[in-house]
Design a protein around this ligand. Structure first.
Ligand code: EPU
Length: 333
């Protein structure tokens, strides 16, 4: 009975979604899997993937979904996410098509959330603008970088963010960067909030010098981190200052190369978990991560915090609630 009800709810949701996507002219796909959409190449089926192309379209879309109670999550390039192997019954709002163009105004650059972060770093360096060259090799989108305050080699995106554009009640609104808390790989943005773009304020410098610093960061990254393998970057946060870094701790425990099925601790950098093979399982990566956490807890008394986001299929993403009488999804005014 409960199962039949849930089935009906999803059918009503699907009808509503088709109408919304059609009305707004947004591409809507079914049958995609997280294994195709994340850099770890693991994770189960997704009910719907919707891909808005403009900031206004994306803002209207989430408003319509929120009004009828359709659960969604925003996805950039999926380079910091471990989605589990279950069936994910919510909408993935892919922001990869929201890439638009850069808009330069003196020291400022406005960039949409779906723009590639490495490309942005190259483009601003060319314009003689400094402040994000350390982020050059991070394989993500600008939206993802803002969401988690991406950082590397002395640069963090939050430091140079003058304003962020977010979706509110169907509109694109701009909030000052100073209203956001930019912490270590964490910000005050909350689930349900959609980031659409940002304006960064950078510092003029000689393009050649910026490029040289970017190359320097890139070669350090190439020498110390795995490239060409399937990872989500550093898996755990570093512990608070004063203790060794996570990579060093795991390395000294001799865990490089430790394996659980299709997942292993990278032999290059011990804070990277990489996956291998067709049909790799999120379950393996999670089991290995927990094994690492237990060892570190036992031997150092440190509770490692995940730096990657864990997306669980069974975490209720406000399931659609149809009207009791009509069975239709109703608008919440
Ligand atoms: N180390 C080891 N063994 C290892 C890995 C590292 O001994 O397997 C040692 C290194 O030799 C070095 C120290 O640990 O002495 C620090 O290593 P690294 O320079 O690689 O920096 P990290 O603290 O491990 C952080 C960020 C990276 C970022 C780099 C460069 C975190 C969790 N990680 O790594 O960010 O690229 O600094 O700025 O903050 C990410 O966010 O996904 C990420 C990879």
């Amino acid at each position: 009975m409960a199962e039949a009800n849930e089935q009906n709810n999803f059918q009503a949701r699907d009808v509503a979604l088709e109408q919304i996507a059609k009305r707004l002219g947004v591409r809507a796909e079914r049958g995609r899997r997280f294994a195709e959409l994340t850099s770890l190449r693991v994770g189960g089926a997704i009910d719907w993937v919707l891909s808005p192309e403009t900031e206004a379209q994306a803002a209207a879309l989430v408003d319509e979904m929120d009004q009828v109670g359709i659960g969604w999550r925003a996805l950039g390039s999926g380079s910091n996410i471990l989605a589990d192997d279950g069936d994910h019954h919510y909408v993935v709002l892919s922001l990869k098509e929201l890439k638009g163009e850069l808009d330069f105004d003196g020291e400022r650059v406005s960039v949409p959330a779906g723009y590639s972060l490495p490309r942005l770093c190259i483009d601003v360096a060319r314009q003689g603008l400094s402040g994000i060259e350390g982020l050059g090799g991070i394989p993500g989108t600008v939206g993802g970088a803002l969401w988690m305050n991406a950082g590397a080699y002395g640069h963090e995106i939050g430091t140079v963010t003058e304003t962020v554009r977010v979706a509110r009640k169907g509109d694109v609104i701009e909030i000052p960067g100073s209203d956001v808390q930019w912490n270590y790989r964490h910000t005050s943005f909350r689930e349900g909030e959609l980031l659409l773009g940002a304006t960064l304020r950078l510092t003029p410098d000689d393009p050649e010098k910026i490029r040289a610093r970017m190359e320097e960061a890139k070669s350090r990254r190439m020498a110390t981190q795995p490239h060409g393998s399937r990872s989500a970057g550093c898996f755990f946060k570093n512990p608070p200052e004063g203790s060794l870094g996570t990579g060093r701790i795991i390395d000294e425990l001799g865990m490089k190369g430790s394996r659980r099925g299709s997942a292993l601790v990278s032999p290059v950098h011990a804070n990277f978990i990489v996956t291998e093979g067709e049909g790799a399982r999120a379950e393996d990566a999670l089991a290995l991560a927990e094994e690492v956490r237990e060892r570190v807890k036992r031997e150092h008394g440190i509770e490692l915090e995940y730096e990657v986001e864990l997306w669980r299929a069974n975490e209720a993403k406000n399931k659609p609630e149809p009207d009791d009488e009509t069975g239709e999804l109703t608008r919440k005014e």
